[in-house]
Design a protein around this ligand. Structure first.
Ligand code: ADP
Ligand code: ASP
Ligand code: MG
Length: 239
C-alpha cells in the first residue's frame, strides 16, 4: 500500500467521458489499497478561453481578478471528478488551493509556492477519502487567490507530493513519457525510461512544456519520484 499523487492534465479531463475515465483509473488505484490524492488541471482550452474573455472585457485585466477567474477552471474539474467518484460510491472530496493551505507569494499570474500545510490533505487521507485537489492555484498571506503560471498544475502536484511525503507523483498526460525531443514535432524522438532531475531541468528550460520547470525544481529539491505517463494507456512512462 502506498500514498500516490496522480495529476491529470487538461487533455486528460477535456470532457465528461475523459473525466469518467480518470475516475476509473483513480478508483482502481484506490481499490488496490493505496491512498490517492488527485491533482487536476482545467479542461483543455478552458484557461485560454478565460484569458480571452478577460481581454475582451478590458485591455489590461486586473491581475488579482484575473487569478480569481483562472482558478475557476480547476475548481470545475475538481468538483466534477469528486462528484463522478461519489456517484461510483467512493468517498471522494474536492479541495481548493486555499483550503489545502497552498501559500504563495503575491505575484498574481505567476505565484511561487512558499509553503504547504499538509494537515488538511493528510486528515482526509487518514479517513480513507480520495482527495481531489484543484491544481494551479494557491493563496497569498492576505488570502487572495493566486495562480502558479501556465502549466502550474505540475508544480501543485509535485509540491503536494513533497508536503505529504507521497511515495510517488504520477503525471498523467497526452504523451506516454518523456522523449528526447517533443514527439509531436519530431517523429524520430525516442522515449526514455529514466531521466535525471538535471536533464529534465534542462529540457524544461529549453521549452519542453511536458513538465513546468518549477515542478522539476521541487522534485529535485525534495527528492520526489515522478512518473510521467499516458492517461490513455497502462504503459509504463518515464521515471
Ligand atoms: P498537460 O495538459 O497534460 O499538462 P502539456 O500539453 O502541458 O500536457 O504537456 C504535454 C506535451 O508536452 C506533449 O503533448 C508534447 O507535445 C510536449 N512535449 C514537449 N517536449 C516533450 C518531450 N521532450 N517529451 C514529451 N513531451 C514533450
Ligand atoms: N490550466 C492551467 C494552464 O493551462 C494550469 C495547468 O494546466 O497546469 O496553464
Ligand atoms: Mg502541462
Amino acid at each position: 500500500m502506498a500514498l500516490i499523487v496522480q495529476k491529470f492534465g487538461g487533455t486528460s479531463v477535456a470532457d465528461l467521458d475523459r473525466i469518467r475515465n480518470v475516475a476509473k483509473r483513480v478508483a482502481r488505484t484506490f481499490d488496490q489499497g493505496n491512498d490517492v490524492v488527485v491533482i487536476l488541471s482545467a479542461m483543455a482550452g478552458v484557461t485560454d478561453n478565460l484569458i480571452r474573455m478577460a481581454n475582451q472585457v478590458t485591455e489590461s485585466p486586473d491581475k488579482r481578478e484575473l487569478d480569481v477567474l483562472l482558478a475557476t477552471g480547476e475548481q470545475t474539474t475538481a468538483a466534477l471528478l469528486a462528484m463522478t467518484l461519489r456517484a461510483m460510491n467512493y468517498a471522494a472530496e474536492s479541495i481548493l488551493g486555499h483550503q489545502a493551505k497552498v501559500v504563495t507569494d503575491c505575484a498574481f499570474g505567476n505565484a511561487r509556492i512558499l509553503d504547504i500545510g499538509a494537515d488538511p490533505i493528510r486528515a482526509l487521507v487518514q479517513n480513507r477519502k480520495i482527495v481531489v485537489m484543484a491544481g494551479f492555484q494557491g493563496c497569498d498571506i492576505n488570502g487572495n487567490i493566486t495562480t502558479l503560471g501556465r502549466g502550474g498544475s505540475d508544480t501543485s502536484a509535485v509540491a503536494i507530493a513533497a508536503a505529504i511525503k507521497a511515495d510517488i507523483c504520477e503525471i498523467y498526460t497526452d504523451v506516454d513519457g518523456i522523449y528526447t525531443t517533443d514527439p509531436n514535432i519530431c517523429p524520430r524522438a525516442r522515449k526514455m525510461a529514466r531521466v535525471s532531475y538535471d536533464e529534465m531541468l534542462e529540457m524544461a528550460s529549453l521549452g519542453a512544456k511536458v513538465l513546468q520547470i518549477r515542478s522539476v525544481e521541487f522534485a529535485k529539491k525534495y527528492n520526489v519520484p515522478v512518473h510521467v505517463r499516458s492517461s490513455f494507456s497502462d504503459e509504463e512512462g518515464t521515471m
